[in-house]
Design a protein around this ligand. Structure first.
Ligand SMILES: [Cu+2]
Length: 105
């Protein structure tokens, strides 16, 4: 087999590997009315996991309306990101709680 015939196979293997490594889970904790980290860089297809360590409920509410999830006390809520963009979000119950997701395509 000539090298130029082997090349596409290698390319497919490399692409396949990068696709499976692409989707990640990003954990954002909520403690004492603070999202941490407040700024996270993620990708479409990634899962965001909000972990509420407080004894009160919070929300992660996108200002552009892309998502609005409620995170009960001591619970974890996940969301798979479907749209690219920079999304500012806040908590509807505590509007001082603010954070940003930078979502790459
Ligand atoms: Cu809150």
């Amino acid at each position: 087999m000539k090298p130029r015939r082997i090349l596409p196979l290698f390319a497919a293997l490399i692409l396949g590997a990068s696709v499976s490594a692409q989707a990640a889970t990003i954990q954002i904790s909520i403690e004492n009315l603070v999202f941490a980290p407040a700024e996270a860089s993620v990708k479409v297809g990634d899962t965001v996991e909000w972990v509420n360590k407080d004894i009160v409920a919070h929300t992660a509410t996108a200002r552009n309306g892309d998502f609005d999830v409620t995170i009960p006390p001591k619970k974890t809520v996940t969301l798979i990101l479907k749209k690219a963009g920079t999304v500012d979000y806040y908590c509807r119950f505590h509007p001082n709680m603010k954070a940003t997701l930078t979502i790459a395509p």
